[in-house]
Design a protein around this ligand. Structure first.
Ligand code: AMP
Ligand code: MG
Length: 316
C-alpha cells in the first residue's frame, strides 16, 4: 500500500508491500514524523531547535535524547568534513532565504556578518544534563542538511521492528531507504534524479536491496539573478552558495543520516576533494555529476549504474 504525507515542507512517500497492517503503520509513522518536527524543525516555533536558537548567547536549553544525539552526530561530521557541513549554518540560511520567493543576493556586509556567526565549535553540548547552548547571540542551528535522513532512519527502525520486509521510504525524493527486496524477490530499481529536469525525471537507474540513497544538488531550491543560479547549499567559508563545478552528489550506503550529511558536505567540497574524502570511507559510495554532465563515481559503484539519459557520460 502507498501513502503520501506532507511534513516539514517535504513530500513523503511510503510504500509497504505484503503487509496487511499498512494503515496502522502509516498512522504510527505520521505520529513519528510529527514528533521529529517538534524536535528538530527550526521553522516550527514549538521545536527544540527553535528554542535553542531563540536562547542563543543567553541560556542552555534542555532537549530530548534524540535531538541531543543528532546534534552530536552533526558536530562530529562538521569536524570530519572540516566545516564543509556545519549545523550552525542558520544565520546564512535565514539571510539568503533561498526557496522562499522574492530572493536577491544579500549585501556583502550582511553575508560577512552572518558568516562570522557560523561555527560548530560554538555549540556547547552538555551530555550530563542533555542541554545545548549556542555561545553567541545571533547564532542559529539548521538541520535541513541532515533531518530528512534522520527521519528516514527512524521510520526504517520502526518498520524493521514491525517486521515489515519489503518497503520504500522516500523523503522528498532525496533521502530514500529501500527495505528488503520487491515482493517478487527482485531487486529494487531506484531512479536517480536528473539535476536539469523536473522532479521525478531520471538520468539513471540503480538496482539494489536493503540500501540507503541520498542526493543533494544545486537544482533542488534556487533563484536566478543576472543569469547566475543561487542555490540552497551554502559554503560556510564564503557565505555564498557553493560554486565548484558540481551539479549533484548521490551517496549510497550507510545510515540515511550519514548519507544525508555526506551528500550535502560533498557538494560543498569539489570533485577532487569530495572523491578523496569518500574513497577513504568504508561501506559508503558516491556518485558525482559535474556541470559538464559527466558522472564520476567511487570504485564500489562501477558497473552498478545504468544510464537512461544520453546527455550524460559515465566516466568509468
Ligand atoms: P540537502 O538538501 O540535504 O543537501 O540539505 C540542504 C539544506 O541544508 C539547506 O536547505 C540548508 O537548510 C542546509 N545547509 C545548507 N548549506 C549547509 C552546510 N554547508 N552545512 C550544513 N547544512 C547546510
Ligand atoms: Mg543532506
Amino acid at each position: 500500500m502507498k501513502k503520501t504525507l506532507y511534513k516539514f515542507a517535504t513530500v513523503i512517500n511510503l510504500k509497504l508491500y505484503g503487509d496487511d497492517e499498512s494503515e496502522r503503520h502509516f498512522k504510527a509513522v505520521e505520529k513519528m514524523l510529527d514528533d521529529i518536527d517538534q524536535q528538530i524543525n527550526m521553522s516550527n516555533k514549538d521545536s527544540e531547535i527553535h528554542a535553542i536558537n531563540e536562547a542563543a548567547g543567553k541560556k542552555a536549553i534542555k532537549v530530548s535524547k534524540g535531538t541531543f544525539d543528532l546534534m552530536k552526530v552533526s558536530i562530529e561530521y562538521a569536524k570530519d568534513t572540516q566545516g564543509a557541513f556545519d549545523p550552525s549554518i542558520g544565520p546564512l540560511v535565514s539571510l539568503w532565504k533561498i526557496g522562499n520567493g522574492g530572493e536577491h543576493v544579500p549585501d556583502v556586509n550582511l553575508i560577512n556578518q552572518a558568516k562570522s556567526l557560523v561555527n560548530y565549535k560554538d555549540i556547547i553540548m552538555d551530555e550530563a544534563n542533555l542541554t545545548i547552548k549556542l555561545a553567541k547571540e545571533g547564532m542559529s542551528l539548521d538541520l535541513g542538511g541532515i533531518g530528512k535522513g534522520y527521519a528516514a532512519d527512524l521510520v526504517a527502525d520502526y518498520l524493521h521492528e514491525e517486521q515489515v520486509e519489503s518497503a520504500i521510504i522516500d523523503l522528498g525524493g532525496s533521502s530514500i531507504i529501500a527495505i528488503g527486496r520487491k515482493p517478487s524477490g527482485e531487486q529494487w530499481r531506484i531512479g536517480l534524479q536528473d539535476p536539469d529536469r523536473e522532479r521525478g525525471e531520471q538520468l539513471a537507474l540503480i538496482q539494489l536491496d536493503n540500501e540507503t540513497i541520498d542526493s543533494s544538488g544545486v537544482y533542488e531550491r534556487f533563484f536566478m539573478e543576472n543569469g547566475v543560479r543561487y542555490h540552497h547549499i551554502l559554503d560556510p567559508k564564503t557565505g555564498f552558495p557553493t560554486k565548484n563545478g558540481l551539479k549533484s552528489v548521490t551517496i549510497i550506503g550507510g545510515t540515511a543520516t550519514d548519507a544525508d550529511v555526506l551528500s550535502t558536505a560533498v557538494v560543498v567540497m569539489d570533485l577532487e576533494e569530495g572523491m578523496a574524502y569518500m574513497k577513504q570511507k568504508q561501506n559508503v559510495e558516491a556518485m558525482f555529476i559535474t556541470e559538464d554532465n559527466r558522472i564520476y563515481m567511487t570504485p564500489g559503484l562501477k558497473g552498478k549504474i545504468n544510464l537512461t539519459n544520453t546527455r550524460y557520460t559515465l566516466v568509468e
